[in-house]
Design a protein around this ligand. Structure first.
Ligand code: GLN
Length: 483
């Protein structure tokens, strides 16, 4: 059962082949035996899961259940879950039980989904390898000496190891797409504003966006159907009708205009990865697409711009962790300043502190104009490159990640090489555009992801483009040995 997709499980539940209780027990058993190897979960919620499964079975029996009723899944531990520990993988929130559900969590509950637990991640979603987690790194199911990518490494590894058929994730600079690529699963970062950020612990508010990770584009569409929509509680969510993302999956790709940015296909790109991408593009040509070279001339600015804007926003967002109202508090504080200093000093990890320091510096008097304002101006140029490109093409394709998965510890001492892991994904967040990573091959038995970037609110087309490719290829169906 564990290799089935969400769509297949939904059909099986409708046909009465198994109950949600049986499914949930099966996944919980798998997690308890296998996750010692991967560490993809921080918290498991078996009691709540089984109670939700029973309710879903009842509503299915009564004939009033939707497609998601009784489907087991997992939430990244960045989403607040009422009554359940919500840590953002930080020591500073190790004792935090959220008093409410994030909108995304609430929507899955209303749809009847069964939450198995909370997945591991980089601390406050800062990282590309899942090694900054207070709860220890996640291991890639394709090679347990290697990282799953980050920051949604737990969600991607859990889906790859078939410990959950789908998981929520978030993406500030690549954190859905890069781990999806490194774990051989499918991930979608929607347009900024498409999914509510309410109750999702903030990292960089102008960049953060939630989305699904699953085996297939079809499943991502089912998940986005649940997640998307306007929320009065999030002033950046957009009041715009939500289409049925499952409806256009099979549309013909005849005449689809694909743009390949010349800046993404340079000599620096690993030739083995380039070969996988070329083969994928050939499949699209067979499906009727036309391919043109385009240019995104400001691409090389995206990493430096991001590493001013994201730390600046995080330094402000993370000031709320003051040890006064909730979270970790140091022992025996002498006075208020000592309480702040030691609680934050002991509660945050190294990477988080690095970002807070950089961000505070960039926002400080005298440097604001030179760094933050300048970065915002360059961000506009990066966005305008895309706007111009979409006059000529419908989607843009390239690599999701410059490399396949790498060894644990390989990049931890060199933050800049870690930051470059998102070189192909970050510009999409700066522009607010939707992007997907779709499995498109293997290099030395390590998965490779095809990055497909869409125009604003064009998620239905992205899902259609990914789904048609998954109908003619089977990369997304491959599983690590023993799974
Ligand atoms: N790797 C990037 C960072 O460390 C992006 C993380 C993310 O998308 N949350 O900031």
């Amino acid at each position: 059962m564990h290799n089935k997709t969400i769509a297949e499980l939904s059909q099986g539940l409708s046909a009465g082949e198994y109950s949600s209780t049986e499914l949930t027990q099966d996944f919980l058993r798998r997690i308890s035996t296998l996750d010692k190897k991967y560490n993809s979960f921080i918290t498991l919620t078996p009691e709540q899961a089984l109670a939700a499964a029973e309710l879903a079975d009842q509503s299915r029996a009564a004939g009033n259940a939707g497609a998601f009723a009784g489907i087991p899944m997992a939430h990244k531990d960045i989403f607040c879950t009422n009554g359940i520990k919500t840590t953002c993988a930080s020591k500073i929130l190790d004792n935090f039980i959220a008093p409410y559900d994030a909108t995304v969590v609430e929507k899955f509950k209303l749809a009847g989904a069964v939450c198995l637990g909370k997945t591991n991640m980089d601390e406050f979603a800062m990282g590309s390898s899942n090694e900054t987690s207070f709860y220890g790194p996640v291991r890639n199911p394709w090679d347990t000496d290697c990282v799953p990518g980050g920051s949604s490494g737990g969600s991607a590894a859990a889906v790859a190891a078939r410990l959950a058929p789908g998981a929520t994730a978030t993406d500030t600079g690549g954190s859905i797409r890069q781990p999806a690529a490194l774990c051989g699963v499918t991930g979608l970062k929607p347009t900024y504003g498409r999914v509510s950020r309410w109750g999702m612990i903030a990292f960089a508010s102008s960049l953060d966006q939630a989305g699904p990770i699953a085996q297939t584009a079809e499943d991502c569409a089912m998940m986005l159907n649940v997640m998307a929509g306007f929320d009065v509680k999030d002033s950046t969510s957009i009041d715009r009708a939500v289409p049925d993302y499952s409806q256009d999956l099979n549309n013909s790709l005849e005449g689809l205009r694909i743009g390949l940015p010349k800046e993404f296909f340079t000599d620096g790109l690993d030739p083995a990865i380039a070969q996988c991408l070329q083969a994928a593009v050939r499949e699209y040509e067979k499906l009727g697409a036309t391919v043109t070279e385009i240019s995104l001339p400001h691409s090389d600015l995206s990493v430096p711009v991001y590493y001013v804007i994201a730390p600046a926003e995080c330094s402000s967002n993370l000031s709320r962790f003051d040890a006064v109202r909730y979270g970790y508090r140091c022992d025996d504080p002498q006075d208020l300043e000592d309480l702040y200093k030691r609680s934050r000093g002991e509660g945050f990890g190294r990477e988080v502190k690095r970002r807070i320091l950089v961000g505070t510096y960039a926002l400080s008097e005298g440097y604001f104009d030179a760094y933050y304002l300048k970065a915002q101006k360059l961000r506009r140029l990066i966005k305008e490159d895309f706007v111009k490109a979409y006059d000529e093409v419908d989607v843009i394709m390239g690599p999701t990640s410059p490399s396949t998965t790498f060894k644990l510890g390989e990049k931890t001492t060199d933050p800049v090489s870690m930051y470059l892991a998102d070189i192909f994904t970050i510009s999409t967040n700066l522009a607010g555009l939707p992007g997907m990573s779709v499995p498109c091959g293997f290099v030395d038995n390590k998965p490779v992801g095809l990055h497909v970037i869409g125009n604003y609110f064009d998620e239905a087309r992205l899902l259609n483009v990914a789904h048609r490719y998954q109908q003619v290829t089977d990369w997304h169906q491959q599983t690590p040995e023993g799974i």
